[in-house]
Design a protein around this ligand. Structure first.
Ligand code: BES
Ligand code: MN
Ligand code: ZN
Length: 495
């Protein structure tokens, strides 16, 4: 999708998008359009009863032509509540309506009446960003074009401060590209995306200036990553630990670190899952996809931060060499784990990935993302990701970034009592804690591998895939978390 910005001038043809704030008032620019149409726009909105409610759209045909042929109005809700994310949602809704109308190009009048919270270049860039996020579809395996498969390819945004809008949008476009990369990775079927091909995709980030290292089975054996390797051993696909480094901050500045669960398919292993819905487990690398998308976003917008991304890439399969329930493995930390259920594999992968990350990089903090437990869907549904943390400050920063991006998180408890639930008779710990508090005992397990570094775990089983569709995402793989963590970095960790 190509986006350009220019100052307002009366459009002569084609389709026009306009923003209407709650109360139905038109901006000065939209009023100029209305005037050129002899008052037909204001009249049509009135007849339709369109009041500018948040994310409502109205598709109007302009009979007789004249200045424009078609006008799509999008409601923004109250102008003084229209912040960055609400502007993005308005842009997303507008793009959705434009595509539903079969448009491939649109001009958008990005101004609002009254005293909007966001105006000028900032408003214009956010509207464009929302459109960019929304215009996504995963169609590489369709040999025939879908009937309603028109996509917006060209957007012209009319706003004051076009140069500033262009500059702001460039950064937001890099983030959108990261979100789309994460969506692509999650949507990709597991016969195409296995640990090796995932690693190949990560290698491509070097074009953006990200340093990529791949640790193969041999290297991980040498480091003693028995926990991760135990999961991988049932699969014909060899595992990788991918390490991405972006050095945009001051030399020698402690990095921030992001760690992802990258189980490219989770059959459950010998503790095999039931058949119904198992196909969704192609998305069990949603945490790793987010970390990869985030690193692409940070590098793409040249973020002034030193950031590390580490993802554990494995496939969890049954087979003659698969690990058995009851097996005891030794993790890189030296702690031993009784694997009572081979389907609780994500924590086994992260145990070594987290330990390795803190041991090698001594980061300011680690945030890990994982489609870790079905239980988080029982607790929180698809509206919030579960947040587990040993650090109140990091927790608060994540909660606020969640509010700001509408990628919301909800903090869950970690306590010594829950921790005891994973003590084992035979090893230092077991990998399941019983029926109760399944997401929390998983969090307690991870905490045993962070070595007291400030850390947060996001359980994204409900948000990374098949989550609630919204104005800026209609895809099964949502790309959830890229915008959240970009915001965290932007607000608190850039020099
Ligand atoms: N990948 C799953 C969790 C999951 C479930 C993600 C549904 C997305 C949607 C994870 O590896 C798993 O199997 N967890 C088990 C843990 C149990 C064996 C303690 C679960 O949630 O049932
Ligand atoms: Mn599993
Ligand atoms: Zn899993």
């Amino acid at each position: 999708m190509k986006v350009s910005f220019s100052p307002f001038s009366l459009p002569k043809s084609g389709a026009l998008g306009i923003l209407v704030a709650e109360g139905g008032k038109l901006s000065a620019d939209a009023e100029a359009v209305d005037k050129a149409l002899g008052g037909a726009l204001a009249n049509a909105l009135k007849v339709a009863g369109f009041k500018g409610e948040r994310d409502k759209t109205l598709d109007l045909i302009v009979p007789g032509g004249g200045a424009v042929e078609r006008i799509i109005a999008v409601g923004t809700g109250k102008a003084d509540e229209l912040d960055e994310v609400r502007a993005e949602y308005a842009g997303g809704s507008l793009a959705g309506a434009a595509q539903a109308a079969g448009l491939t190009a649109i001009t958008v009048c990005a101004s609002l009446a009254g005293k909007p919270k966001l105006a000028g270049a900032e408003l214009a860039a956010r509207i464009a960003s929302g459109m960019r996020l929304r215009v996504y579809s995963f169609e590489k395996y369709k040999t025939k074009k879908a009937p309603n498969g028109k996509q917006l390819t060209s957007v012209k945004v009319l706003a004051e401060g076009a140069a500033a809008a262009r500059k702001t949008f460039a950064g937001l476009e890099a983030v959108a590209a990261g979100v789309h990369l994460a969506r692509d990775l999650v949507n990709e079927p597991s016969n195409h995306l296995h640990p090796g091909s995932f690693a190949n995709e990560i290698n491509k980030l070097s074009k953006l200036g990200v340093k990529v290292e791949l640790l193969d089975e041999k290297a991980m054996k040498k480091l003693g990553m028995g926990s991760l390797l135990g999961v991988a051993q049932g699969s014909a696909h060899k595992p990788y630990l991918a390490v991405m480094t972006w050095e945009g901050g001051k030399k020698g500045d402690q990095p921030v670190a992001f760690v992802g669960k990258g189980v490219t398919f989770d059959t459950g292993g010998i503790s095999i899952k039931p058949a119904g819905g198992m196909e969704d487990m192609k998305g069990d690398m949603g945490g790793a996809a987010c970390v990869t998308g985030l690193m692409a976003a940070l590098a793409g917008r040249k973020a002034k931060v030193n950031a590390i991304g580490v993802v554990g890439l494995v496939e969890n399969m049954p087979g003659h060499n698969a690990q058995r329930p009851g097996d005891v493995v030794t993790s890189m930390s030296g702690q031993t784990i009784a694997v009572l259920n081979t389907d609780a594999e994500g924590r086994l992968v992260l145990a070594d990935a987290l330990w390795y990350t803190q041991d090698r990089f001594k980061p300011k903090f680690m945030v890990n993302l994982a489609t870790l437990t079905g239980a988080i869907l029982i607790a929180l549904g698809k509206e919030h990701a579960g947040l587990f943390s040993n650090d109140d400050k990091l927790s608060d920063q994540l909660s606020k970034a969640g509010q700001a991006t509408l990628e919301k998180v909800w903090r869950m408890p970690l306590t010594p009592e829950y921790d005891k639930m994973i003590d084992s008779d035979i090893a230092d710990m077991k990998n399941i804690g019983g029926r109760h508090a399944g997401s929390i005992t998983a969090g307690q397990f991870l905490q045993r591998f962070v070595n007291n570094v400030p850390w947060a775990h996001l359980d994204v089983a409900g948000t990374a895939m098949d989550s609630t569709k919204n104005a800026i995402n209609q895809s099964w793989g949502s790309g959830w978390g890229v915008r959240l963590l970009d915001k965290l970095v932007r607000d608190h960790y850039e020099s």
